[in-house]
Design a protein around this ligand. Structure first.
Ligand code: ATP
Ligand code: MG
Length: 190
């Protein structure tokens, strides 16, 4: 039985907070791998101006995890296209792999609002919910069965990174170096 962690997000851009969560949960729960699942069109964020193209968000995640064992980027939601609903993603994994145990990894801010997600009861039936605390949402928990994994608390968000980028400030140490190279090469967030 393989154990696969799914850590979904917009990753606009991926930052070291995301990577630390993926690495810690993979090790703590002895998962075969954690997949950073890049949302195609996140329905929660459609009103955001300047959402980066999905292919760029995927490329940044691919670069960020390239040298990390047990953590990979996934383009399943981008390949499916359209609006991204986690329930569809989990269904696809279930259908393809009957022998798989799925773990859906959520920061505590996302976990606390899972009951607003499309068909969230089915999500909780298909996957074990794993919550990691996040500064600003400490102790927030979902109204479904879940487990909590301890991770280092990194008070960092993509929103904050974009704001610093807008202000022309350096992103070194906040974004994995290979992803930062991609950002510079493509002129993202300028
Ligand atoms: P944004 O500010 O654009 O919402 P974000 O930093 O929250 O970006 P997302 O792509 O929205 O990143 O988040 C994907 C997942 O990662 C969510 O489950 C979120 O809770 C979690 N996450 C993001 N940053 C952290 C962090 N610093 N610590 C723990 N979990 C995090
Ligand atoms: Mg977020």
């Amino acid at each position: 039985m393989s154990r696969i962690g799914i850590f979904g997000g917009t990753f606009d851009p991926v930052h070291v907070g995301h990577i630390a969560v993926a690495v810690r949960v993979q090790a703590a729960l002895q998962l075969d791998r954690v997949e950073l699942m890049v949302a195609n069109e996140p329905w929660q964020k459609l009103d955001r101006p300047r959402l980066s193209p999905a292919q760029d968000r995927l490329a940044m995640v691919e670069a960020a995890v390239e040298d990390i064992d047990g953590v990979v980027a996934s383009s399943v939601e981008i390949d499916r296209g359209g609006l991204t609903y986690t329930v569809d993603t989990l269904k696809a994994y279930r259908g393809d792999n009957p022998g798989v145990s799925l773990f859906l990894i959520l920061g505590s801010d996302a976990a606390a609002s899972i009951d607003t997600w499309h068909r969230y009861e089915e999500i909780a039936e298909m996957a074990e919910i794993v919550v990691v605390d996040r500064p600003g949402a400490m102790g927030q928990r979902p109204p479904v069965a879940h487990q909590v994994v301890d991770c280092p608390l990194l008070d960092l968000s993509s929103t904050q990174v974009r704001q610093w980028a807008d202000a022309g400030q350096p992103l070194d140490g906040l974004i994995p170096p290979a992803a930062l190279s991609y950002i510079r090469q493509e002129g993202l967030y300028e």
